[in-house]
Design a protein around this ligand. Structure first.
Ligand code: GTP
Ligand code: MG
Length: 453
């Protein structure tokens, strides 16, 4: 690239014609810029207009994330900022965790169309255990980056009409306690600061006195610094907005009041909140920083917020993700490493790992088979032993029973013999008894005087 303005180069080539050698042109260009004016109008000064026309045709998109505890005035502030009424009923706040609700709107101002997404962290700070409150917010932001990355990595990309849902700004609503930031605020902002542009705002600033508010702002900023929380700084590198942005950076966090109610003040209708003791005018810079926020967020830095989201936060996400996937720009010797080489290296690494895994699995399988085999052999041996033991036991039992049977048989036989002998004796006794009776009867018959017993 030569540091010569395009107009100068063209003029050099036109005026010198064929007499000036290309090397001489290059030498002049490398020596420094020569601003030569064109002799007639060419037309590339319409480039900015062409860009504006193209952008107006395409329309813009802007995605705002509102994070803050229940009832801090998030919806009211959005309505006040865009001078419209967005969503209906407030969400129920009795859920076990934080969930993300996104609403899309199409707004038009003059001939500029804006696709606006307002994302709310419903239930934030409602749980007793608030440790996990930031998780669903972080996951949501990452999911939008991931969707964009997937679209970007496609072979057929349609990024020009892709609905970009990446969060461009996070308005972090701080409760107007007047004391200090809650640990929930610090933890959440710390987790979000590398993923999104955070603009901290003190909500319901009409409930805090002027002196207290100043002290509160200083306290919040010092706590953010001491905890290393990076909030969005309005850019000061563009000299057209450097001054206003520099001044506004010193006003952070903005103390805002929201209201959709219009009250007649003087002969003008103004957004205000009316109290028994007076009226807080939302757009009065002596009353609150609402106008400052609107100026910074919408009128001056909306494009920078979009740009920062793409160039800083998305870039970081993309880099980490691609590194996680194994892509790298240089090899260990700091030499450029092409995507093709990365792919080949990754493929070889993958195939190597696959082979290693296969080998491991094969060895594991063989080992398991061997283990199973020895287990089975062991079990078989145990079964055989058991069988032998039982067989022996059975034989012993059988032998015992046989012995017992034999002794019983012997006893039965002896008993039978005794019985027969007894029966024989008994019959003999009976026989001799009856013979004596006959003999006595005979004797009595012969001798009737023989007395009977
Ligand atoms: P959730 O969506 O339920 O979490 O609430 P939110 O944060 O969207 O609050 P919302 O805008 O619904 O306002 C809650 C209440 O606070 C309403 O009664 C509003 O009128 C009131 N309110 C909103 N902004 C302000 C403010 O700046 N000051 C005061 N004092 N009250 C406000
Ligand atoms: Mg709400």
């Amino acid at each position: 690239m030569y540091p010569v303005p395009v107009a100068g180069v063209r003029e050099l080539l036109v005026t010198s014609g064929s007499t000036m050698a290309a090397a001489e042109v290059a030498r002049q260009m490398s020596e420094g810029a020569r601003n030569l004016s064109l002799s007639g109008h060419v037309g590339f000064d319409s480039m900015p207009d062409q860009l504006v026309n193209k952008s107006v045709c395409q329309g813009f998109c802007f995605n705002i994330l509102c994070v803050g505890e229940t009832g801090l005035g998030k919806s009211t502030l959005m309505d006040t900022l865009f001078n419209t009424r967005f969503e209906g009923d407030p969400a129920a706040h009795n859920q076990p965790g934080v969930h993300i609700k996104s609403n899309n709107y199409e707004l038009q101002e003059s001939n500029v169309r804006l696709k606006l997404s307002i994302v709310n962290s419903v239930g934030f700070g409602d749980q007793i255990n608030k440790e996990e409150s930031y998780k669903s917010i972080v996951e949501f932001i990452d999911a939008q980056f991931e969707a964009y990355l997937q679209e970007e990595l496609k072979i057929k990309r349609t990024l020009h009409n892709y609905h970009d849902s990446r969060i461009h700004v996070c308005l972090y609503f701080i409760a107007p306690t007047g004391h200090s930031l809650k640990s929930l605020d610090l933890v959440t902002m710390k987790k979000l600061d590398s993923k999104v542009n955070i603009i901290p705002i003190i909500a319901k600033a009409d409930s805090i006195s002027k002196n207290e508010l100043q002290k509160f702002k200083i306290k919040i900023m010092s706590e953010l610094v001491s905890n290393g929380v990076q909030i969005y700084q309005f850019p000061t590198d563009d000299e057209t907005v450097a001054e206003i942005n520099g001044t506004m950076n010193a006003h952070l966090p903005f103390a805002v009041v929201g209201s959709t109610e219009e009250i007649k003040i003087g002969n003008k209708m103004m957004k205000a909140r009316q109290y028994p003791w007076g009226t807080v005018q939302v757009e009065n810079e002596n009353h609150c920083d609402f106008v400052k926020l609107r100026e910074m967020l919408i009128r001056v830095n909306m494009e920078d917020l979009r740009e920062q989201t793409h160039a800083r936060h998305y870039e970081l996400y993309r880099r980490c993700k691609l590194e996680e996937m194994g892509f790298k720009d240089t090899d260990p010797d700091n030499k450029p490493f092409s995507l093709q080489e990365t792919y080949e290296a990754k493929r070889n690494e993958f195939l190597g790992e696959l082979q290693k895994k296969e080998e491991e699995m094969r060895q594991m399988f063989v080992m398991r088979v061997k283990e199973k085999e020895s287990e089975l052999k062991e079990a078989e041996k145990e079964l055989h032993d058991k069988f032998d033991r039982l067989k022996k036991l059975h034989q012993d039992e059988k032998k015992k029973l046989e012995d017992k049977k034999k002794s019983l048989d012997d006893e039965i036989n002896a008993f039978k013999q005794r019985k027969t002998a007894a029966e024989l004796l008994q019959s003999q006794a009976q026989q001799s008894g009856s013979q004596q009776t006959l003999k006595r009867d005979k004797e009595r018959k012969n001798n009737p005087w023989l007395c009977t017993e």
